[in-house]
Design a protein around this ligand. Structure first.
Ligand SMILES: [Fe+2]
Length: 504
């Protein structure tokens, strides 16, 4: 691509990466209708609803009660982030993913664990707190009187994941810039601009870090049908960025890397500019088009012009575990495991209804292992038995052959979220799990390496029986034996999304 053409595309994407200009009356209702969600949430009796409540303020550094002792390998800080600011001025968002982000740090040192949580002071949150009401439409909600955003970053909620990089923490959304956070104070330092001409470009919440520290990421510019690609050096400087066109641009939340490729699984949930222009929320502007199948876009890491599209059966996903490749007489094979659902109920229904404390079960997501044959262009997949979400692997195995995936798994489908944490061998399907019981909702657990030893699994859960959040550490090879150490906070945190561990 000519540099001039690239810059033209980048500029158009940066100006309005997510949202086409709207010709709608202010306050147009979204597809969920009605506007008494706040009252419905407050009237609900479900004991788990606290997980979707809005902390009034930042949460100052607080010591947890610790049972056992956290191993030396997990001495350090677990950073997490999630939607937390769900209501304001008597109005409640209609989607879990809408809330203003709160970033957390759990500082772990043996039998001492302290927690701090702070709202990310995005321009959107600062403006809305000042106004005392919502000003803008979001991913899944059109607040009454809400305005069309002027740019993606004007509605950036920084609520999805974190990327520790060079002593800072980036709070990630996916529609706009990463937000820089001070790792020690959780102060918001401003948006991250990788290069002046990339200001405001979408930067996904699921960057991948190669074993050598190289960071790969992407961003979806739905309205323009562009996929932005980023390569960032271990020291945090941008090496390369470009955009590539994608027909029928779908919702892509996560991706994978191998030693030589970037791998995008593209569910047939396709953005439709016309729906957006007619007044839909960003979410409702997406149309399920199963005839497209699940497209798998494979991009050469070193030559982004070399791209190949394969096709799997239609399905939906948020998350990918890992991918790796091998050269065989039949061609280069890419193995990629991901969490597949038959449909989009989770994003359109389940993760909406929890905002008025209703549990509506969606399609059960299952760990699925796909094989992409770059020689023949054929793709196949096998579903494993395990229900799963929030897959994580040993960070040293990103892009390399791995077997163990740590993930949340289901034990009581009548409640939202997941009740157990599991570790599954994606080659044999063998799995072990620890159940938090029927009074808890499991959040993401991460794998923490420990030299040549089996390592540790570290993660949080909301114990709604006690209305407290717990942080647990398990021996990775004896997950079912239960936590070797557990810290209990004196309060419940809003249920979050992703995290990252940084050793001391
Ligand atoms: Fe995610």
């Amino acid at each position: 691509m000519e540099r001039r053409e690239l810059l033209r595309l980048l500029a158009s994407a940066g100006a309005l990466p997510l949202f086409a200009p709207l010709a709608r009356a202010a306050g147009t209702a979204d597809a969920t209708g009605g506007d008494n969600w706040q009252a419905q949430f407050e009237a609900a009796s479900a004991p788990w609803k606290t997980g979707f409540a809005t902390p009034a303020n930042d949460l100052p550094l607080t010591r947890a009660t610790v049972r056992g002792r956290f191993p030396d390998a997990v001495a350090g800080t677990l950073f997490r982030v999630g939607p937390a600011g769900h209501d304001m001025g008597g109005e409640r968002y209609h989607h879990w993913f809408d809330g203003d982000g709160m970033v957390h740090r759990f500082v772990i040192d043996g039998a001492d664990v302290r927690h701090q949580g702070r709202y990310v002071a995005t321009p959107k949150r600062v403006a809305e707190v000042r106004a005392g009401r919502r000003l803008y439409e979001t991913f899944g909600t059109m607040p009454p009187g809400g305005e069309s955003p002027t740019s993606a970053d004007s509605i950036n909620v920084a609520n999805t994941s974190v990327l520790p990089l060079q002593g800072e923490v980036l709070a990630l959304w996916e529609g706009g810039s990463a937000t820089r956070i001070d790792a020690r104070t959780l102060d918001t330092l401003g948006v991250k601009t990788w290069r002046a001409d990339l200001a405001g470009m979408p930067f996904s919440a699921h960057p991948k870090v190669d074993p050598d520290g190289t960071v790969w990421n992407f961003g979806v510019s739905s309205g323009q049908g562009l996929l932005a690609l980023y390569e960032i050096a271990p020291e945090g400087t941008l090496r390369r960025a470009a955009v590539v066109p994608v027909a029928d641009m779908p919702m892509v939340h996560d991706f994978a890397v191998t030693e030589r490729h970037l791998v995008f699984l593209m569910p047939p949930l396709v953005y439709d500019n016309k729906r957006k222009e007619a007044g839909s929320t960003f979410l409702d502007a997406h149309v399920w088009r199963p005839e497209l199948g699940m497209r798998a876009l494979v991009v050469d890491k070193h030559d982004w012009e070399r791209r190949q599209m394969l096709e799997l059966p239609a399905g939906f996903l948020f998350h990918v575990g890992n991918a790796w490749e091998e050269d065989t007489p039949r061609g280069t094979l890419i193995h990629v495991d991901y969490v597949r659902s038959d449909n989009t109920d989770s994003v359109f229904i389940s993760n909406r209804e929890v905002m008025r404390a209703r549990r509506v079960r969606g399609a059960d997501p299952h760990l699925t292992v796909a094989t992409l044959n770059l020689g023949t262009g054929k793709a196949t997949q096998v579903a494993l038995a395990q229900e799963a979400e929030f897959p994580r692997i040993d960070p040293r195995r990103v892009g390399l052959r791995h077997r163990q995936v740590v993930h949340a798994t289901q034990i009581r489908p009548d409640l939202p979220g997941f009740g157990a944490v599991a570790r599954t061998d994606v080659e044999t399907g063998r799995s072990q799990r620890f159940s938090y019981g029927t009074q808890a909702i499991v959040e993401e657990h991460v794998f923490v390496p420990d030299g040549k030893k089996p390592g540790w699994v570290l993660g949080t859960a909301f114990d709604f029986g006690r209305q407290k959040t717990v942080l647990s550490c398990f021996a990775a090879d004896h997950l079912a034996a239960g936590p070797v150490a557990q810290a209990t906070l004196p309060y419940a945190l809003p249920l979050g999304l992703h995290g990252a561990f940084v050793p001391a």
